[in-house]
Design a protein around this ligand. Sequence first.
Ligand code: ATP
Ligand code: MG
Length: 484
Amino acid sequence: MSAARILVVDDNESLRRGIALALGEAGHAVREAARGDEAVAQLRDPDAETPDVVVTDLRLPGVDGLGVLRAARERDAAMAVLLMTAFGSIETAVQAMREGAFDFLQKPVGLDQLELRVDRAIDHRRLLHEVTSLRAERSSRQASEKIIGRSPGLREAVDLARRAAPTRSTVLVTGETGTGKELVAGLVHALSPRAPGPFVKVNCAALPETLLESELFGHERGAFTGADRAREGRFEQADGGTLFLDEVGDMSPATQAKVLRVLQDQEFHRLGGTRTLRTDVRIVAATNHDLERAIAGGRFREDLYFRLAVIGIHLPPLRERSEDVPLLAERMLQEFARDLARTRSGFTRAALAKLRAHPWPGNVRELRNAVERAILMAEEPWIGPDDLCLETPPSAVAGEAAAGRAWDELGLDQLERVAVLAALHRSGFVQKRAAERLGISRRKLNYMIRRMGITHASWRRNRDEEDEPGDGPVAPLDSAADAG
Ligand SMILES: Nc1ncnc2c1ncn2[C@@H]1O[C@H](COP(=O)(O)OP(=O)(O)OP(=O)(O)O)[C@@H](O)[C@H]1O
Ligand SMILES: [Mg+2]
């Protein structure tokens, strides 16, 4: 049996002393309280050690046993509370159990019996603790596993995110488009004590000034034309959680001033409102602009920058961490192949070399698209360099001839196949939607699919419960001879 910290609460002194002595002899560290309010005060005292178990009488002077129970659960929801009740107070005992008491004992309490129950409470509490800490460990592991790469630049960014997470400090994530800024913002939230709270995202570049402000701060009814009802803003929604301000460099000066005020005072007004609202949010911001240059050019407030960049995390572009490319590509390959129910063994050595050499102007996002396309294209289980049609870097797009090369190397048949597969993939393999994307009839698409021998797991599944003939299974080619 293991030792625990136990608080014994009873106004009957001889009984309380007896219990305390017995539990003390059993090796526990026991404290006593003769009144309910005294016990509550101890439980609320931040400097006092948290008991593992509370043994309390139900009828007490000051505050009753239920009050002690509540204070205990406020301190630590896993604290085990045993209530002792006199004969006849079953109703209260039932209520106590409902409010989370671990057990109750009927008076007169036998000491052997009490020790047994206390042991059980200790075991229970230990189990609860293990479960919660395992759970927290698992969710933070899952969050970090989503981020792939072992280049020093990436590891440093992840490490910073990990160290920033438990604090309340504002974090500014910088990096080119597609480098994983949103992923890192999500990690900061997932590893923080706010993880059970909301993670709310606002894209500051996507909306014009007034709409962005109403998005952020909400508005009262009639605040502007069209505001026919009041609306909660993102700052309110993110209360107790994390607000992710994406593309923060694109905010207008007026909006910057308002956001700065919230950061300073944790207070704001809805548009058209006079009520002062308070919010408890942790801000993570991201930008792919060079904010220091924007400050020099007078487009970004320096004071806001310093508020945002308390902790700065920079994600290097993929071309500066080419050792991450094969890792990312392999992992994405596995994911896509699983989604598409296809078997893909991997990339050939030449394909990996081609991937590493590419400059990736669109970074990880571009790599993802390239891998997706390659899976759809490749006919062999191994993906070779020819299956990879990498987008020409923007500098070359200017010269039309160069831009065309990667694609016209494919030949028309291949191009057609890529177009069909890409449209199917993007429409979740719903043929009707894919046909709309491609601007052709569903009949024609269905014909092409058969000609190309494309199949998909979901089509086979639908065959049994077919209700929409053209959208389902792939029929033998001869029955479609009239299509197309
Ligand atoms: N290290 C990484 N490991 C796994 N996936 C990644 C990694 N970095 C980025 N990704 C993936 O790449 C895509 C782009 O990432 P994300 O949206 O976080 O980029 P971003 O920096 O916010 O880009 P933008 O500036 O264009 O908004 C996402 O699908 C993301 O899951
Ligand atoms: Mg982003």
